[in-house]
Design a protein around this ligand. Structure first.
Ligand code: SF4
Length: 227
């Protein structure tokens, strides 16, 4: 079990510094060429791997060009085009409906405010944050996905359980300049080392400051359960 720094702010800063050194090229792994493709890729990525999404969108983005195309395609056809993605029927519905709103209410352009984005079908705060950050260069918050959720709790940065309160707490302790990068660093570390089921604490650059470290630590603070 490691010993966290005195305050959660210092702990967050140290986590960012060390992970930046470990993952200097950390960035979004979804592939897209414009804002609409980004929005669609992020909707598809819910509970699905980025790798799977990238392989499916390769042909999707060749077939469809612009919000009108998605808004006008029959539901069954779009669902069929997405059939290797988890929950593809629902996601096809979200995409068609979001694209109808984009065509009707936003002149075919992906909106650039949190309120307008979260009004779109299938778009919650997490998706909106990604689109704002990577599509519009607007950083309004911190994207809290499953890796950010797990690592923030394991590292003692928050005791909150759900994404929105976790995001609010992280925004208090992570320096604003790092709000975007914090997510990518957690995702890279969550994939490489601090995996959900079997984190490799012996190879972790955060082991000495991590209160969940398995060496002689007893509890995975992400779940609250014993290791
Ligand atoms: S791999 Fe282990 S030591 Fe590293 S952050 Fe995860 S739980 Fe903590």
């Amino acid at each position: 079990m490691g010993t966290p720094l005195a305050s959660t702010g210092e702990q967050a800063e140290e986590v960012v510094n060390r992970l930046e050194e470990a993952y200097p090229d950390s960035t979004i792994s979804l592939r897209y060429a414009d804002r609409l493709e980004l929005l669609i890729a992020v909707i598809l990525s819910a509970q699905c791997t980025d790798e799977r999404v990238n392989s499916e969108t390769e042909h999707l983005f060749e077939k469809y060009d612009g919000a009108k195309d998605y808004a006008n395609v029959p539901q069954d056809e779009l669902a069929e085009d997405l059939n290797s993605i988890t929950y593809y029927n629902n996601k096809a519905k979200y995409i068609r409906s979001a694209c109808e709103s984009i065509v009707e209410d936003h002149d075919g352009e992906v909106p650039d405010t949190m309120a307008e984005l979260t009004d779109l079908s299938g778009v919650g705060r997490k998706t909106a944050n990604v689109v704002l950050q990577h599509g519009h260069d607007v950083v309004e918050g911190i994207v809290v996905d499953t890796h950010v959720q797990r690592l923030s709790r394991r590292l003692g940065l928050t005791e909150e359980e759900y994404p929105e309160p976790i995001e609010a707490e992280l925004m208090e302790i992570v320096l604003e300049d790092y709000w975007q990068q914090f997510t990518h660093l957690c995702i890279d570390h969550g994939r490489a080392t601090c995996t959900a089921r079997n984190p490799d604490c012996s190879a972790c650059v955060l082991a000495d400051i991590c209160p969940s470290e398995k060496g002689d630590g007893e509890v995975d603070l992400a779940s609250g359960d014993p290791w």
